[in-house]
Design a protein around this ligand. Structure first.
Ligand code: GSH
Length: 118
């Protein structure tokens, strides 16, 4: 059973998961979430993710969200290639810093700017 990704094809965090799965050769089942129609706010989706965001991963019943957490999980579970998320603690610390920067700073700033334009 392949992992299921609830996604929006144009969403930057979803694209990050697509890039990672392409890099490690992992197939996903994709389920579109129509956020323009606010499908993410429906009770069925809120039951899966009370934070109502995409991407969300369902890996054989193990359900969680956030592209950064999903990518690290997929690397740990589905590849032995340690180059993407090295075991070396200093290299890993730099990657974690970039992930947290994206999560805590870059994405929210870019979202605020782009929501005003789109
Ligand atoms: N930090 C999250 C951000 C997820 C996020 O905000 N996704 C947007 C689409 S790009 C979303 O789901 N928006 C709908 C909503 O917040 O209700 C991640 O990396 O997965």
């Amino acid at each position: 059973m392949v992992p299921i990704l609830y996604q929006v094809v144009t969403s930057p965090p979803c694209r990050a998961v697509f890039m990672l799965t392409r890099a490690i050769g992992l197939k996903l089942e994709l389920k579109d979430v129509n956020i323009t129609e606010r499908e993410q706010l429906k009770p069925e989706y809120l039951k899966l993710n009370p934070q109502h965001t995409v991407p969300l991963l369902d890996d054989d019943g193990f359900i969680f969200w956030d592209s950064h957490a999903i990518n690290v999980y997929l690397i740990n579970k589905y590849t032995n290639d340690s180059t993407l998320y090295p075991n070396d603690i200093k290299k890993r610390a730099i990657i974690d810093q970039r992930l947290h920067f994206d999560s805590g700073v870059a994405f929210s700033v870019l979202r605020r700017i782009s929501v005003g334009i789109v």
